[in-house]
Ligand binder design. Structure first.
Ligand code: GAR
Length: 187
């Protein structure tokens, strides 16, 4: 099985869906490490309780290159071969992306190429879109810009707020990420 590292910054519900999917015998990956830039991230405790190795490194008070070197070292020490970003809310440097070229994927809560960056659901509602969704894509130096591997779509309903839409999209994210990642790592 491929050894997967997952980077999170918070709740970690997408990470949890990947950890749960990894329990299936035919899943092509095993979660070798869950790492976070936020030591207090709820997802870290969730993973640790289930026996998944975890690593936390705050970037505070150090140059970005030093922070990323620590993350990189932890991933390599865990034998990680591919990285899934799951609500990791920090931009990776071009250097880091180059070192892991083609081996990092991200889940983004919009139908890319629409709404790169933040506040995707509010922007989709404000634009009067009929649907929203999520995309799993390869991470490149361009923010939310790499090849799209899979998407899930949901309707935007009358009266939707950014929160109600986010919840509808999130339920689809959990299914989309596990399936797309398995297909990608099986190739
Ligand atoms: C998810 O909706 C994910 O798509 C989004 O943050 C949420 C994390 O939730 N990611 C981004 O906005 C990336 N820029 P989770 O921690 O429960 O998986």
């Amino acid at each position: 099985k491929k050894r997967l590292g997952i980077l999170i910054s918070g709740r970690g519900s997408n990470m949890a869906s990947l950890v749960e999917a990894a329990a299936a015998p035919d899943c092509p990956y095993t979660v070798a490490l869950v790492a976070s830039d936020k030591p207090e991230a709820a997802g870290l405790a969730w993973a640790a309780e289930r026996g998944v190795p975890t690593f936390a490194q705050s970037p505070k008070g150090m140059p970005k290159a030093e922070y990323e070197a620590k993350i990189d070292a932890a991933l390599r020490a865990a034998g990680v071969e591919a990285i899934a970003l799951a609500g990791y809310m920090r931009l990776l440097s071009d250097d880091f992306v180059a070192r892991w070229r083609g081996r990092i994927v991200n889940i983004h809560p919009s139908l890319l190429p629409k709404y790169k960056g933040l506040d995707t659901h509010a922007r989709a509602i404000a634009a009067g879109d009929a649907e929203a969704g999520a995309s799993v894509h390869i991470v490149t130096e361009e923010l939310d810009g790499g090849e799209v591997l899979g998407q899930a779509r949901v309707p935007i309903l009358p009266g939707d707020t950014a929160d109600s839409l986010a919840a509808r999209v999130l339920a689809e994210e959990h299914k989309l990420y596990a399936k797309t990642l398995a297909d990608w790592l099986r190739d």
